[in-house]
Design a protein around this ligand. Structure first.
Ligand SMILES: [Zn+2]
Length: 281
């Protein structure tokens, strides 16, 4: 198979229409064979100075919705927004003088708004999680409560949730928390995953070593760059053309099945999207 014959989805990319490369990054992705994008909003503190409240979340989400519309104009397929609250917001709120419980409530409000953008609007899924760095017990508890609130929203609305978490391979407990709230574990996606993961669906960073592990594991997976579109941190993450490049590499090495898994089958199972039907000539 040739790259022109398959959809190519980056499952987790940020676009910043205010300070970033935005459509230029999408053009680079498309020029190298990329067709579909899930676009994550930047953390609320990147785009506005204001403390997080409902209006701030809407402002941040609307910027991403606009960026997605522009991206869809360029792509041979299309883009979808994935909206949510960055888990590190808890620390910023606590540093600002909020209690962990107040921080939890603010973040849950953000997720409520994100869920509304899925149910009544253009978004495909929400994003939550918990800090990837050490925090004290109260902050950890508040973070888990926020994440579980996300599971409830996703279960109620029947949509998927991406998670930003600490590293590791065993997320059985997290998957169980989701299922206790009525959400199938396949609709829980661990973003920035390695090739091996137990529990949620893995969104594997487009790194050749990790992709080889994912192929050996032979389970559903997605591919992503976590491109952050931040002009102050060039090269801090994988660039927009990385997923298409890795797809080429997979195809050159005969891994057509893995490409189909990551770019057609898993997106359909997790999000209910059809990356083939949304591909125009
Ligand atoms: Zn990200």
């Amino acid at each position: 198979m040739d790259i022109e014959e398959t959809p190519v989805l980056d499952n987790h990319m940020h676009l910043d229409p205010v300070n970033g490369r935005n459509v230029e990054a999408v053009e680079e992705f498309a020029e190298h064979g990329g067709t579909h994008l899930l676009v994550l909003n930047k953390p609320s503190w990147h785009l506005t100075e204001a403390a997080a409240d409902e209006a701030t979340f809407r402002e941040v989400f609307d910027l991403t919705v606009g960026a997605v519309e522009d991206a869809t104009e360029i792509l041979p397929g299309r883009a979808w927004p994935v909206l949510g609250v960055h888990p590190a917001l808890v620390s910023r709120l606590v540093e600002d003088g909020h209690t962990p419980e107040e921080a939890r409530d603010i973040m849950q409000t953000g997720l409520d708004v994100a869920a509304e953008y899925v149910t009544d609007g253009p978004a495909l899924a929400i994003k939550s999680g918990r800090p990837h760095y050490d925090v004290d017990e109260a902050v950890w508890e508040a973070s888990n409560a926020v994440m579980c609130h996300g599971f409830e929203l996703a279960a109620d609305g029947d949509f998927a949730i991406q998670l930003h978490t600490e590293g590791g391979e065993d997320f059985t407990e997290v998957a169980r928390w989701a299922e206790e709230r009525g959400l199938d574990r396949t609709q829980v996606v661990k973003h920035y995953s390695g090739g091996r993961l137990v529990g949620p669906t893995k969104s594997v960073l487009a790194d050749t070593d990790e992709l080889e592990i994912a192929i050996e594991e032979d389970e559903p997976f997605l591919m992503e760059t976590d491109y952050i579109d931040d002009p102050d941190r060039p090269g801090a993450v994988l660039g927009p053309k990385t997923v298409p490049r890795r797809v080429r590499w997979l195809l050159e090495n005969g891994h057509d099945d893995a490409v189909r898994t990551a770019h057609v089958a898993t997106p359909k199972d997790v999000y209910g999207i059809d990356t083939e039907a949304t591909l125009t000539e």
